[in-house]
Design a protein around this ligand. Structure first.
Ligand SMILES: C[S@@+](CC[C@H](N)C(=O)[O-])C[C@H]1O[C@@H](n2cnc3c(N)ncnc32)[C@H](O)[C@@H]1O
Length: 361
């Protein structure tokens, strides 16, 4: 089949790109043969392709869900927007690139394919890259369901690239809605109604580690609490309910998580808490806390743990406490003791450990 758009390199044969000296992400951008000035939407939410895209001279917009990826785009002078709904911030683009992040949930990838379809102008093309063992085949099938066509447009080592052209106004199926709700009755301050979405940590139920931390959490009535990396808001909601005369600040770098946490505060009529999107490694020097709680991102290792522990030490008031739940406690505890000069294991269960440290009065 022939397509007319000058912006698309559309081949009848599978293009196998020589990967010898070419990074997969460069090939991903190359395969679209983007023209200087053409409006392009980059949905690679970790900002994987930004540098390559910049070299093409396209008029690129990056939409991501994590503030750190958007900041990376801005540092490269690429228009970066933080959103879970790209089609609400940009339309009529000629090319969409989407390389799902390694840890993306399937439902979330489907949502973003829907969004890519909506953001494209008629005749525009969505390019999707990924590895076979990371679900690219099922994503390609979804691409076909939405666009009514798809094609394997390239391959670099184990990374396959699919493309699909927008040939009709309406998608082949209704956009997916990944929201789900559940109730929690056995936590302090219960009941809680929870809404989550695909792609948010522990979206089906309360995480066992988070539950253990809640079991250990001692919240005083006037405490000001920080929930560092709040996800859908479990720790912050419970803390805010218990601190009847105090308040809680919930922070997450991911706007999807933040939108769930906001919704959950509303649903549960919790008025003494606020939610911010931000890189919580950077503490606001003006805000001081009595309690900082976190189930920190284990994939980020020390890159998150060290700034969290060091920032908590500076942000806690005299008598204030840091409480973390982790799976491999050794290096956390070592760093806590280095910074706080003390620190202890409060509880251990099912592979989770709760660590505690405090600031002397
Ligand atoms: C293991 S999850 C815990 C979520 C939630 N507190 C819970 O217990 O269900 C870690 C959370 O930290 C967030 N996160 C990771 N790095 C962050 C950072 N630098 N600043 C703020 N949040 C971060 C992630 O988006 C994720 O929601």
């Amino acid at each position: 089949m022939e397509y007319n758009s000058p912006f698309i390199l559309w081949q009848s044969e599978l293009q196998v790109i020589n990967a010898k000296n070419t990074q997969a992400r460069e090939a991903f951008v190359d395969v679209a043969d983007v023209q200087v000035g053409s409006p392009v939407l980059d949905l690679g939410w970790e900002g994987d392709c930004l540098e390559c895209l910049q070299k093409t001279g396209a008029q690129a917009t990056f939409v991501g869900e994590d503030i750190r990826a958007v900041q990376k785009a801005e540092a490269l002078r690429i228009n970066g927007v933080l959103s879970t709904m790209p089609a609400q911030v940009i339309s009529d683009v000629q090319v969409v690139f989407y390389k799902p992040a390694q840890r993306s949930a399937k439902g979330q990838v489907f949502e973003w394919i829907d969004q890519g379809f909506q953001a494209l102008e008629m005749g525009g093309v969505l390019y999707l890259a990924g590895q076979r063992n990371r679900g690219i085949r099922s994503y390609a099938a979804y691409l076909h369901a939405v666009f009514g066509n798809n094609k394997r447009a390239g391959r670099v080592d184990r990374v396959e690239i699919y493309s699909a052209k927008k040939e009709r106004d309406d998608p082949g199926q209704a956009p997916i809605d990944n929201r789900m709700t559940f109730e929690l009755y056995d936590l302090p301050g219960s009941p809680y109604t929870v809404e989550t979405r695909a792609g948010v940590f522990s979206r089906d139920d309360l995480d066992s580690g988070t539950r253990l931390l809640i079991d250990c959490m001692e919240v005083r009535p006037a405490d000001h609490i920080l929930d560092w990396g709040c996800g859908w808001g479990a720790l912050g909601m419970v803390a805010a309910r218990l601190s009847v005369k105090g308040s809680a600040t919930l922070v997450d770098s991911n706007i999807r998580a933040v939108s769930c946490a906001e919704e959950n505060l509303k649903r549960n009529r919790i008025c003494n808490a606020v939610v911010h999107v931000g890189d919580a490694r950077v503490f606001d020097r003006r805000e001081k806390f009595d309690l900082i709680v976190s189930n920190p991102p284990f994939h980020d290792g020390n890159a998150a743990a060290h700034p969290l522990i060091e920032g908590a030490f500076r942000a806690l008031r005299p008598g204030g406490r840091l409480m973390l739940v982790v799976m491999r406690p050794e290096s956390y505890l070592r760093h806590i003791r280095r910074v706080f000069r003390q620190g202890r294991i409060m509880a251990q269960k099912d592979g989770y450990t709760v660590l505690e440290a405090h600031i002397g009065n």
